[in-house]
Design a protein around this ligand. Structure first.
Ligand SMILES: Nc1ncnc2c1ncn2[C@@H]1O[C@H](COP(=O)(O)OP(=O)(O)O)[C@@H](O)[C@H]1O
Ligand SMILES: [Mg+2]
Length: 249
């Protein structure tokens, strides 16, 4: 794919990669996400975004010994830990080793937004977080009245949290079909500032439904193009090799 460098946001300072936790996907991404980059995961509810983010944090904490933090506005810590354990992603031992933390936050109002970001930034400092997942950006949408609000927010996000050698590699989840901006449907503006975008979908295939992910943007990376079939099973997400399923992609 041709690389198009249009970024005005801080470029990740190194070529270091943060493995995604899905080995086959890493092979399609030159080893993973660029360390310190911001990647959005977007798709309708139920398409696998939360599980994907969890693979990323679990792998980082377990294999790379990188502290991860999951910021959730959608789910309680108890329910999250339970659901992930059922998929073979056991975070409790990692919590005990201070390699994982869960921050449960209410959806903010516009007045509450700065304090919320201060809190996230403080927790990142305290926990020496290197991998961050925010679930979800669209749950914060009532706090944004205008595109200007959103711009300010993304600057704070990029300036304080993401980017550069010391920044966290951050996955920002957006729920397609939800969220508003000043009373209008959410348009995915965050995809313009993000370094990468992965789209999650479920599409009909005859009687069945097939899950896909697609890397539609990944700055500085020679990546796979086109839909990548996935499965979600008892061990979480698995990349399905196209010829295994007999599904031309
Ligand atoms: N143990 C499991 N076995 C098979 N599929 C599962 C299992 N747990 C969850 N899923 C599938 O994963 C979906 C939820 O994935 P999730 O990452 O939470 O979606 P999203 O965050 O995009 O809303 C469920 O709707 C279900 O289809
Ligand atoms: Mg989710």
């Amino acid at each position: 794919m041709t690389e198009v460098a249009v970024s005005k946001t801080p470029e990740p300072a190194t070529d270091e990669r943060a493995a995604t936790g899905l080995q086959e996907l890493d092979g399609m991404l030159e080893g993973g996400f660029l360390s310190g980059s911001l990647v959005t995961l977007t798709g309708r509810p139920g398409t696998g975004k939360t599980i994907f983010g969890s693979h990323f944090l679990h792998h980082g904490a377990k294999k790379g010994k990188q502290a991860g933090m999951y910021v959730s506005m959608l789910e309680s810590e108890k329910s999250y830990l339970h659901n992930m354990r059922r998929l073979g992603l056991d975070f409790e031992p990692l919590m005990a080793q201070k390699r994982f933390s869960f921050l449960e936050l209410p959806a903010p109002t516009s007045e509450g937004l700065p304090a919320l970001w201060e809190q996230i930034a403080r927790e990142i400092d305290e926990n020496e977080t290197e991998r961050l997942v925010i679930d979800s950006f669209t749950a914060m949408s009532p706090a944004f009245q205008t595109v200007g609000d959103l711009r300010t927010f993304t600057h704070v996000l990029l300036g304080k949290i993401v980017g550069g050698a010391s920044g966290c590699t951050t996955l920002l989840i957006t729920e397609e079909g939800t969220g508003t901006l000043g009373g209008f449907p959410w348009t995915g503006v965050e995809e313009f500032v993000a370094d990468g975008v992965i789209k999650f979908s479920i599409v009909p295939a005859g009687e069945a439904r097939v899950r896909y992910i697609e890397i539609t943007k990944m700055r500085g990376t020679n990546h796979q193009m086109g839909p990548i079939p996935i499965d979600i099973g008892p061990r979480g997400i698995r990349i399905v090799h196209p010829h295994v399923r007999g599904n031309p992609v």
